[in-house]
Design a protein around this ligand. Structure first.
Ligand code: CUA
Length: 178
């Protein structure tokens, strides 16, 4: 018999379910419940999501804040990009635009910062390497991430949201000093 034909026994729903089938249904149900419970549990214990705040802004208003920090705390330049060393514990700003993360930030280890992020034109994807922190960066929204870098070194920022012909060249940098 194939499934194209109607059931020969018209009261098929009265046929008792086989023991093996019941066991599989029970296993599947229990597994569904475990997976369902894992969503909130992993959110809390897996540290999968950063605690972020988001505010509405405009590219122009956000650009002004970024530039204020750059004007105050630029310490040098690297191939035309300002390297900014803001005071420990302060608000630090980075913006994404075609095709740049701007400016380069120089932070201090074990100091906490309020890290602001927004886009000037299109949607970009902030991806911090090699720690694999990923954030969507959207024009019109300013995201604030409370962060405390706990390891010195040079971190790369790449864009992981396709944003046009220069997407693969959209790289930035964050330095964390001892
Ligand atoms: Cu910005 Cu891809």
């Amino acid at each position: 018999m194939t499934t194209f034909l109607p059931p020969s026994d018209r009261i098929w729903w009265n046929v008792p379910v086989g023991r093996q089938e019941l066991v599989w249904i029970a296993i599947a149900l229990i597994w569904c419940l475990i997976m369902f419970a894992m969503m909130p549990i992993w959110h809390i214990y897996g540290k999968q999501n950063l605690s972020t705040e988001a505010y509405q802004t405009t590219p122009a208003a956000y650009g002004v804040k970024v530039q204020e920090m750059i004007d105050k705390y630029t310490v040098r330049e690297e191939s035309g990009i300002p390297v900014v060393h803001p005071p420990a514990g302060s608000d630090v700003y980075m913006l994404g635009r075609l095709w740049q993360w701007w400016p380069i930030l120089e932070l201090e280890k074990d100091k906490s910062y309020r890290f602001h992020l927004s886009a000037m034109d299109y949607q970009h994807g902030f991806s911090l390497q090699p720690v694999n922190i990923n954030l969507q960066v959207i024009p019109g929204y300013e995201m604030v991430i409370n962060m405390t870098p706990d390891k010195a070194g040079e971190y790369g920022v790449i864009c992981n949201e396709y944003c046009g012909i220069g997407h693969h060249t959209m790289v930035g940098k964050i330095y964390v000093g001892e």
